[in-house]
Write a protein that binds this ligand. Structure first.
Ligand code: ZN
Length: 110
């Protein structure tokens, strides 16, 4: 099972950042993400919108809602499997699927 602790993730896209390097931990996974964060800071400066706001198009918000619905269905499938006395290996496989889905959803801006 995937460990629960979370390594450093990009402040823009949420992807994992390799933390192998020494020195100050990086905030962004790439120059592109750093740039997009910089652009947003400029675009929202002088407005009430926080510089770190996650701004989504309505389409993307809709996709996210769909993904969360799928995630809920996957969790309900696991509950059903457990209630039905399903084989632990099968339950574990369903859990791993759920974790993979959640990890994808965590990347809000991708
Ligand atoms: Zn990134």
């Amino acid at each position: 099972m995937t460990p629960l602790q979370q390594g450093p993730t990009c402040a823009w896209c949420g992807r994992d950042i390799d933390s192998t390097g020494r020195g100050r931990p990086r905030k962004y996974c790439s120059q592109a993400c750093r740039q997009r964060a910089y652009e947003q800071r400029n675009n929202v400066s002088g407005t009430q919108i926080p510089a770190s706001a996650v701004i989504l198009t309505p389409e993307r918000a809709e996709q996210l809602k769909d993904s969360l619905f799928e995630l809920r269905c996957a969790a309900e499938d696991i509950a059903t499997a457990v209630d039905g006395g399903e084989d632990p290996d099968e339950v574990r496989a369903l859990c791993e699927e759920l974790v993979a889905m959640a990890r994808k959803i965590e990347k809000l801006r991708s």
